[in-house]
Design a protein. Structure first.
Length: 488
């Protein structure tokens, strides 16, 4: 069973002691005091004996990502006082000369021998070799690497599995957004203990999760996520994690930035870490399809996938975007039948919106920078045809929907079509929700159009996906409030 160690980063001893008490009350199995984060080292650490769980004294050097810049003799004196004061563990960097004092002046505490690489992740063999060298120098080897890709994440998973066969207690950590899985799924990797923060905003390292969340996920849990590239715009984690919390479910939704070349690797990670499934966003909604075992009716008809469920090692593609689009359009007063609609873009989101408009009875025109893609999208949907962007500017539409990423956070802030297409009384929809009002919507509003952003579509598709992941129904208001809590 993996133990959860809370890192305490308070800058005063009294505050650190109180934070440790709170950590224990929240379920911490161990506590690490980051003494390098304190303004001054305490002259007496005896009062930390009051903490009833194993304690780690850490005085991390600047070279290994900490804040301590003093001398090694002063460090030795402090660690000796920490051992006398009841600390069960001392954390030393792999290159510290103090490791030579392990059997003499530092007897009485276990030595955690640490290695930190903030620049990246080496090969599987290199990581295992590092752990072996650390194990030879200390009682507990601990290595942390910045995870910059899904491929590196899988390498770290493989390295942990291999080293776990030694039966040595160890800690192997992935830092950063992609590294979160290595923390919340540490027990699957044979890791003896992993680090958590006291609460959000108190992280000692990038990717740390708060202790209450870690405890909630320590038994049977549901791990889901979202893949895409980039994911700087996504707010899906906030929505789904709010739903988990409100329903009292042990679940976690994580962001998994994934490039096109890493899709197969991502599927391996999903199996290795027992993911229940994941959402799919730009640009993988169509390119993921050949890698899946089968599609449900909606995904097959639309030709795009935004939700993947993992069942018995098989990957089943679903599309909840069409449901989200239908609900959002109806909430904006779009009836469909007899109305003319323009859809801009021909990607995965466009296919879902065209499907929704077609089912609602609208006559839909599709324009795209690449005419062939627009024409391809018309196949399989009734009352649809393609149109050139220049020609679309001269037409009159009741509904206009932007399904391109132009204007989204992290993408060019450009209009997907000229503002002359807008008029008073239209319903103009942008599937983008971050930012809440794009230039596209602002221009439409100036012309008197009724505007809605991608909030409603995102929440409704999220509700449907959450139900597929968990067989539970989440609250629209909970997801919407979580979304807005991050946006505003």
């Amino acid at each position: 069973m993996t133990r959860i160690c809370v890192s305490i980063i308070e800058d005063r001893p009294e505050a650190a002691l109180e934070a440790a008490r709170i950590a224990v009350a929240k379920g911490a199995d161990m506590v690490e005091f980051r003494f390098d984060r304190m303004k001054m080292l305490p002259s007496d650490v005896g009062y930390f004996r009051r903490i009833p769980v194993p304690k780690i004294a850490t005085l991390r050097t600047v070279g290994q990502g900490g804040s301590y810049s003093g001398s090694e003799p002063d460090r030795l004196a402090f660690f000796r006082s920490a051992i006398k004061g009841g600390f069960e563990y001392i954390d030393l960097e792999h290159d510290s000369p103090l490791l030579g004092k392990r059997e003499s002046e530092l007897k009485g505490a276990k030595i955690i021998c640490s290695y930190h690489d903030l620049g990246g992740t080496p090969s599987v063999k290199a990581m295992v070799d590092i752990l072996v060298r650390l194990a030879a120098k200390g009682d507990v080897p601990k290595a942390a690497f910045a995870i910059g890709s899904v491929s590196s994440l899988l390498d770290l998973i493989d390295a942990a599995r291999l080293f776990s066969y030694t039966d040595r207690e160890f800690s192997l950590i992935g830092m950063g957004e992609l590294g979160e899985l290595t923390r919340i799924c540490a027990s699957k990797l044979g890791i003896g203990f992993t680090y958590a923060s006291l609460e959000r905003g108190k992280e000692a390292a990038p990717g740390q999760v708060d202790v209450q969340t870690m405890k909630r996920l320590s038994a049977e849990r549901i791990i889901i996520g979202i893949i895409g590239n980039p994911l700087t715009h996504t707010l899906s984690p906030a929505m789904h994690n709010a739903a988990f919390a409100t329903l009292g479910l042990a679940g976690r939704y994580v962001a998994l930035p994934t490039t096109e070349s890493e899709l197969e690797t991502l599927l391996q990670v999903a199996v290795e870490m027992d993911l229940r499934g994941f959402n799919v966003t730009i640009p993988h909604k169509q390119s993921i399809i050949p890698l899946l075992d089968r599609l449900d009716h909606s995904a097959e008809r639309i030709g795009a996938v935004n939700t993947v469920i993992v069942e018995d090692g098989q990957f089943i593609g679903h599309n909840t975007d069409a449901h989200g689009a239908t609900m959002a359009l109806r909430s904006a007063g779009v009836e469909g039948k007899g109305q003319r609609a323009l859809v801009i873009g021909a990607g995965g989101a466009s296919r879902a919106v065209v499907s929704a408009l077609s089912d609602m009875g609208a006559r839909t025109l599709i324009c795209n920078r690449t005419k062939e893609r627009a024409e391809s999208l018309t196949k399989g949907f009734k009352n649809t045809r393609s149109i050139e962007i220049e020609d679309a500017r001269k037409e009159d539409f009741d509904v206009i929907v932007n399904c391109t990423p132009l204007g989204m956070k992290g993408f060019p802030d450009e209009l997907p079509i000229g503002p002359e297409v807008f008029r008073s009384g239209q319903v103009v929809v942008d599937t983008i929700y971050n930012p809440p009002k794009t230039r596209f919507l602002a221009e439409a509003e100036r012309k008197g159009a009724i505007i809605i952003n991608g909030e409603a579509m995102l929440v409704h598709q999220g509700l449907k996906a959450f139900e597929l992941f968990t067989n539970k129904q989440a609250s629209y208001e909970v997801m919407l409030n979580a979304l807005r809590g991050v946006l505003y």
